[in-house]
Write a protein that binds this ligand. Structure first.
Ligand SMILES: *Cc1c(COP(=O)(O)O)cnc(C)c1O
Ligand SMILES: [Zn+2]
Length: 409
């Protein structure tokens, strides 16, 4: 048995292939590279019930990950987050089988830990000493912390509007943090130049092939947690859309391995905010690629991506699974977030709330059918967003007592 069954990298658009033993960025044609595995051999060598005795982290799927030697693994215990039944919310939405894949309890507080764990581990294996990343915040925080652990120098560039909490997270990790007076695409341009000027590994979304492999493990876990049954619908708050592309890739690999049935794919739903919805617009117009979204803004800063390099892969996953794309309003997102926190005790982030809200809307118009099994990805923890919230609380003096409590329902 090999530790990894990776064979080669291939272009997502043209027919070129690349060697995974050296640092690779984009294909010569400018498109992202994807990782390939010898799935036929793995199907013969390994059965999914052998997973049962493995650790509860994402490295339990190491045959389907690109790290070739276990000593290069940089781990903070990422993966195997719970798949939680949302009974009260489900009955409120008339979705009997509603689940939340809760990434809020991941190390660094978001699912970005998955991409960072696998991306940084692979960078270490390839001998990378320094990397540069443009980010809206959460990815930068995750890559900073994993880079610290790996002993890799990280240069992080983020919009100045990123929450203070995330800026201090990155700075605490000892990364070189720069703020840009602009959006993530502006940060991307600065990162590309810094990569060339200082020989840094450019780990912008999809400019390195491995973060998608880390995010893919969300799909493996969902399948394993459902005892290798395929759910009907997966809703995902899409910025760059990497998580959606990755979960789709996971289910395709599982089908090829024969670990899940070969006929059914989940229908993928890309959820965006109305203030930044390039994928939704492209989907509505039946297009294969999106256009740059000017003046993008949303409280859900993790999905504030005006133009994604992998937009065509997101749209492909939607079209091929009879999925859809939906935009929701910021104020409705915040209302739904509050509703979910109060009903289910789940302190989810606005991005996750957007995806739940989309489920509610899609059930209402009958797109989600009664009794379908619906998975919503909550991508992060709500605590990271607290600078959005103004809360007025009563303050007591030490000698005061509580006069009355509001009547409990
Ligand atoms: C990055 C991020 C997203 C979007 O992820 P992509 O896979 O790049 O689309 C969603 N939610 C949160 C909290 C994020 O940090
Ligand atoms: Zn190519």
């Amino acid at each position: 048995m090999m530790f990894s069954y990776m064979t080669h990298l291939s272009c997502s658009k043209c027919s070129r292939t690349y060697n995974p033993d050296t640092v690779q960025q984009l294909c010569e044609c400018g498109s992202p590279l994807l990782v390939n595995y010898d799935l036929k051999k793995l199907a013969k060598d390994f059965k999914p019930n052998e997973l049962l005795i493995r650790n509860h982290d994402l490295w339990r799927y190491h045959e389907l990950l690109p790290v070739q030697s276990p000593e290069n693994i940089v781990s903070l215990g990422e993966g195997m987050t719970p798949l939680i039944t949302m009974k009260k919310l489900g009955s409120d939405m008339d979705i009997a089988h509603l689940y939340m894949k809760d990434e809020g309890i991941a190390p660094t507080g978001t699912f970005k830990a998955r991409g960072a764990a696998v991306g940084v581990s692979k960078a270490k294996e390839l001998g990378v000493k320094g990397l540069v990343m443009p980010t809206n915040g959460n990815a930068g925080a995750a890559w900073s912390l994993y880079s610290s652990k790996a002993g890799i120098q990280a240069v992080i560039i983020m919009p100045g509007s990123a929450p203070a909490m995330i800026r201090s997270e990155v700075a605490s990790a000892g990364s070189h943090l720069y703020l840009v007076n602009g959006v993530i695409s502006d940060a991307g341009k600065i990162a590309a130049k810094a990569a060339a000027d200082f020989h840094l590994y450019d780990v912008s979304t999809l400019k390195e092939p491995y973060r998608i492999e880390g995010k893919k493990t969300m799909g493996f876990e969902i399948a394993e947690q459902l005892h290798w049954e395929t759910p009907d619908v997966i809703l995902y708050p899409a910025g760059g859309g990497v998580g959606l592309i990755a979960i789709y890739k996971a289910f395709k690999e599982l089908q090829e391995l024969g670990w899940v049935g070969s006929k059914k794919m989940p229908r993928f739903v890309a959820v965006q905010a109305e203030g930044c919805a390039p994928i939704v617009k492209a989907w509505k117009e039946g297009k294969r690629e999106s256009e740059f979204w000017p003046d993008s803004r949303t409280v859900a800063f993790g999905i504030n991506v005006p133009k994604a390099l992998g937009d065509f892969l997101v749209l492909q996953a939607i079209y091929e699974t009879n999925g859809c794309a939906l935009a929701v309003k910021d104020e409705d997102i915040l209302k739904e977030q509050k509703n979910i926190i109060r009903k289910e005790g789940a302190f989810i982030c606005p991005e996750g709330a957007a995806a739940f809200l989309a489920a509610r809307k899609l059930r209402k118009i009958g797109w989600i059918k009664e009794n379908e099994r619906v998975i919503v990805i909550n991508t992060g923890i709500g605590l990271k967003y607290m600078d959005n919230e103004e809360i007025n609380l009563p303050v007591l003096q030490p000698d005061e007592s509580i006069d009355s409590l509001p009547v409990l329902p």
